[in-house]
Structure formats: C-alpha cells, structure tokens
Design a protein around this ligand. Structure first.
Ligand SMILES: [Zn+2]
Length: 388
C-alpha cells in the first residue's frame, strides 16, 4: 500500500470541499498527460477523499469530507488509490515505449513523427501524433515490437540530471522550452528510450503485461489519435470472441473476414450504381391533383436514402407544379420542389410545417427538405392548407 504519515500544513473549507496541504506529500499531482492520484487522508477524528489536486509550487489536495473535521497541524495518514495509480503507471510507461517503437518504424521508412498530446486514463488512453502518414500496419509493427520487449522484461530507470548534463543523453526526448527547474527527471527504458518526464513509471516493462492499440483515427491535418490499452487480456479475448461470432454469422473463416467485407463493400457500390441507373430510366407513378392553377405531384417511399428520394422527386417536377415526396424512416422525411412559375416557395412551406408540426429542415425558393415526427396524413393535411 502507498501510505505515509503527514502533517496538515494548511486547511481551507470551501462549500462542500476542503483545500488541504500536507507535508510530506507523495500524491502524484498530475502532469505529462497523466492525471492526478486519488486517495484518502484520515485520522481518528477525520476522513476525507482526495478527488483532485491543484498544482502550485506545492500541491493543494481537493478533499471531499466523509466524516469529522480537519484542522491545521493535525497528523494524518495519507493513502493513495493504488489500483488507479498502478493502471495510470502501466499506461504511461506503455505510452513512452510504444511511441519510441513507432518512431523507429517511421524512421526506417524515412518518415517523421512527433507527439502532439498524451491523454492517460485508467481503461483506455490516447496518444496524438503528427505524421505525414500512419497505417494499421505501422501500428502493428510497433505493437509487436513493444510486446516482445514486455516479454523480455526490459528495465526502466529514473535519473535526475542537471541541465548541463543534457548533452550526455543525445537521444533524450525533451521539450526544452517547458523545463523550468535545474534538475530534470529522465525516464530511461534501458538502452532504448530516454524521455524527460515527471510521471509515474513501472520499474520493468514486464509490469505492463500486454499492449494493444484499440482504436486509431485520422484527426485531419496530419494528426492521428491512437487509443491503446495495457494489461487487458480480457479485452483482447473479447475482441477475438466477437470476430469468431461475426465469422459464423457471415459463414466465412475469421482470417478471411477482411477480404469478405471488402467484397461486400464493392458489391454494395455496384448495386448503388445499378439502382441509380434504374431510377433514371424507371417510370415512377406519382399521385396528381389540381390545387388552384397548379398541379401537386406526390409520392410516398420507405427507407430510401436522401440522395435517391430527392432524385425521384426532382424527376416529377413540371411547369406550374409542386412535388412532395415523403420517405418514411425512423421519422418522416420529405422533400418539396416548386417550379419557378408555381407561385409557391419551398423554404416558406417548410418553415410553416416546422411551426405546425414541430419539425426540422429548410431550403431555397425551389427546393427544400424537412423531417417531422408525424404521420404522412398529418403532414399532407398541413401541406394542403399551406399551398391552397
Ligand atoms: Zn511521460
């Protein structure tokens, strides 16, 4: 257990929390992408939970009182939420080692990569990098290499060095502009990575157990977010189970799922093309009725995508006419077309329907789209009142 005895140096009650300063203070206050420790402070007369830490030259513990009262000069027992600390520590060391492996993978290809931001969390953490490109293949190579190093049991050391010693660490990853103190804390993964960091770290990479990139997306502007998990074999097992279930569902070998999905996507594209062709040539029947000096053409569809039902509506538009196409999905979507000589305005019609039926949508004089939580009959009734 990480616990120690400390003296309360300062106490300030503030609404439902207490600002507490203790000495000595071994709570990690947060930094380098790693959030602060949680924990407890207590003695015979008081118990409270540390849920946030404000960093000044010293730390101010934000404490939620559970029982009793705390005063300056009290002697308290401080206890760190060890489970959380351990998770954050594994994550943080995993992030250092993974980034270095990824840097090597990119260097071999002659490509640059840099860290933009780190966001360490207990279950899943994020590493944001800047790179000209990044693929799953790059990530897998770094992931494999790191898992090898975890298996091997590579030691991790912490050195406290002085500024003038920086040249002795030619591969040191450091943002010099951020360094304020004369002593710099260097975290070394033996003979592999050196990084200036204030965070908590494992003493040996074997403590990480395993590392997996769980998600990966481009954030635009050559930035990528890499989500990862450590010491989470149950997550890896769950993924693999899910894949086996899916492979049964589609009746395909798990190893061939990628090819199978690519085939389906291609097929889907082909079908979309064919449907578009059909719609162009098909004669779709519309109901028509006279409304004063114009004709209203209307048609009801179900579960068409937006692009197609609009296309269908557009095909019915004639001189001196209005077209209304409704498309039932979860809610009722509709498109309105007004010919220039119809004397009606699509945007205005939709605006009035929005007011009457609490709908959404808008458009221009000649075309607009909307959605309502109403039946087609209710929509039609309002529509007729507006255009008549
Ligand atoms: Zn770090």
């Amino acid at each position: 257990m990480i616990k120690w005895t400390a003296t309360v140096v300062d106490v300030k009650y503030e609404k439902d929390l207490i600002n507490v300063v203790v000495s000595p203070d071994n709570f990690y206050p947060g930094g380098g992408g790693q959030p602060c420790d949680y924990g407890k402070i207590r003695n015979n007369n008081f118990e409270g939970e540390v849920f946030r830490i404000e960093k000044k030259d010293y730390s101010v513990l934000k404490v939620k009182p559970v029982s009793g009262k705390l005063k300056t000069n009290d002697i308290v027992e401080c206890i760190v939420d060890e489970k959380r600390r351990k998770r954050l520590t594994q994550m943080h060391s995993g992030q250092h080692a993974f980034y270095k492996h990824l840097e090597i993978v990119k260097k071999i290809k002659g490509e640059e990569i840099s860290v933009e931001k780190v966001d360490i969390n207990e279950v899943e953490s994020s590493l944001y990098v800047k790179a000209s490109s990044l693929t799953w293949n790059d990530l897998f190579r770094a992931e494999d290499a790191l898992n090898e190093m975890i298996k091997e049991g590579r030691p991790v050391y912490v050195h406290n060095i002085r500024k003038e010693e920086i040249p002795k660490y030619p591969e040191l990853r450091i943002k010099t502009e951020r360094i304020k103190s004369d002593v710099i804390r260097v975290v070394e993964i033996k003979d592999f990575d050196w990084s200036a960091c204030s965070g908590t770290h494992v003493a040996n990479l074997s403590e990480i157990k395993n590392f997996i990139v769980s998600r990966f997306r481009s954030a635009g502007n050559n930035e990528f977010e890499i989500k990862f998990r450590v010491d989470d074999s149950s997550y890896v097992a769950k993924l693999s189970q899910e894949i086996r279930v899916i492979s049964s569902m589609v009746n395909e070998e798990p190893e061939k799922l990628g090819n199978y999905i690519k085939k389906i996507k291609d097929e889907n594209e082909r079908l979309k093309g064919q449907i578009n062709e059909l719609i162009k040539t098909a004669k779709i029947e519309f109901d028509s009725q006279r409304v004063g000096d114009i004709t209203l053409y209307s048609k009801h569809l179900e579960n068409f995508d937006n692009k197609r039902f609009v296309q269908i509506g557009n095909s019915a538009l004639q001189e001196k006419s209005i077209v209304l196409v409704t498309n039932q999905e979860e809610n009722l979507k509709y498109a309105v077309f007004c010919s220039p000589d119809s004397g009606r305005n699509a945007a205005e019609i939709i605006k009035r329907i929005n007011i009457k039926l609490n709908g959404k949508g808008g458009g221009s004089n000649s075309f607009g789209m909307g959605a309502v939580n109403a039946t087609r009959e209710e929509l039609l009734k309002e529509f007729m009142l507006i255009i008549s």
